[in-house]
Design a protein around this ligand. Structure first.
Ligand code: ADP
Ligand code: DP6
Ligand code: CO
Length: 335
């Protein structure tokens, strides 16, 4: 058993006393795609990672969450207009996150959340979902938390949510403290207006093994996982260098190798974890063929079958010709 303080103790120690909820609060947070992935936890209760990670936030794509106090003994959780059973996993995670911040007698809440990306399909809905929820909680109770606290607390809902508190390129430092309060994200100063991400949604079906269970299985059963922290540390440095020098090929190549290395550790787990569908492999091969022909096009993939393509603005037409259904995001263009 871990001797660390519980998530609730950690949060309660830092909250201003006697916060009363306002009548309503609403917040948006973007989803994010990691170029250097978070895969594996050193503390499951606090979502403390084994390696640092670096992502790019997806601008307008993500979650909007509205909170309002309600009469009654139970919370009410609505996702994309559908009331969620309090017995189900979705609402249970939301309610336990809310419980970190409120006193037992305080009013129950209605949580009305909308994702404009597919939920639980490897498009980081847990990242935007818990970041938006954290921002809305901060507003509802008027806590006035710092960006670092918002990020560290969003991490308690989902690790990748620590990065969705910020726009642009974001690094989540792993930290060393037992209470995890130094394990939060920070935005990088650099922007890259020409940078594009293409979401290639091959299927929006929810994955059968979520990121949480998937990374735990990998840590517990894959000997290959031992090489992952080294890979991630090297890739993080290279991605920083690529961003600094606006070296797109270095960025794309490093992100693609990082993603495939992570998937190698998943495949080496037992029972094996293969998030790829035949369409995923076909799309990878298409990317490789186009690159062979001279198009600077790379991909990354998370715990799901969909690919995220990485390219530059001047190649958008060529990329769209090859992948007509692609949803293109320009993370650094003004909204
Ligand atoms: P994904 O690839 O979409 O991040 P995960 O398995 O990591 O898939 O996370 C899916 C989980 O994220 C959901 O089961 C739910 O617990 C949480 N989640 C998704 N969207 C929201 C939201 N808008 N608000 C709160 N939690 C959310
Ligand atoms: C493959 O943040 O969804 O997308 O912390 O258990 O909620 P929990 O997991 P989650 O894991 C994301 C894994 C990933 C890589 C990444 O986003 O860095
Ligand atoms: Co997730």
């Amino acid at each position: 058993m871990s001797q660390n303080p519980s998530p609730r103790q950690i949060v309660q120690q830092q909250l201003p006393k006697q916060a009363q909820p306002g009548p309503q609060a609403s917040a948006f947070a973007p989803s994010n795609i990691a170029l250097c992935k978070y895969w594996g936890k050193r503390d499951k209760a606090l979502n403390l990672p084994i390696n640092p990670s670096l992502s790019v936030s997806l601008g307008q794509l993500g979650s909007r969450t509205e909170l309002s106090p309600i009469d009654g003994a139970e919370d009410r959780v609505i996702l994309n207009g559908e009331v969620q059973s309090l017995e189900g996993g979705f609402a249970a995670k939301v309610v336990s996150f809310l419980d970190l911040f409120r006193q037992p007698g305080s009013p129950r809440l209605q949580v009305d959340t909308h994702n404009n990306i597919p939920t639980a399909a490897g498009l980081a809905s847990s990242a935007s979902g818990f970041a938006a929820l954290m921002l809305a909680v901060d507003k509802l109770y008027n806590f006035g938390l710092s960006p670092e606290q918002l990020s560290a607390f969003a991490r308690l809902g989902s690790g990748s949510a620590s990065r969705s508190i910020f726009e642009g390129f974001v690094e989540w430092q792993m930290g060393v403290r037992d209470d995890g309060m130094d394990s939060h994200a920070r935005p990088l100063a650099q922007s890259w207006p020409n940078f594009r991400i293409g979401l290639l949604t091959l299927t929006s079906a929810a994955k059968s093994v979520g990121s949480r269970a998937g990374m735990q299985r990998t840590v517990d059963t894959a000997h290959l996982y031992q090489s992952w922290p080294l890979q991630a540390a090297a890739d993080l440095e290279r991605i920083h260098q690529a961003i600094e020098q606006q070296d797109f090929e270095l960025l794309g190549a490093t992100a693609e190798q990082n993603a495939l290395s992570m998937h190698a550790t998943m495949i080496a787990s037992w029972p094996p974890l293969l998030y790829w569908q035949p369409e995923s492999v076909a799309a990878m091969q298409q990317v490789w063929a186009l690159r062979e022909q001279g198009l600077p096009l790379y991909f990354t993939m998370d715990a799901g079958p969909n690919l995220k393509l990485l390219f530059q603005g001047q190649d958008q037409q060529a990329v769209l010709k090859a992948f007509p259904s692609l949803q293109v995001v320009a993370p650094f263009e003004a909204a």
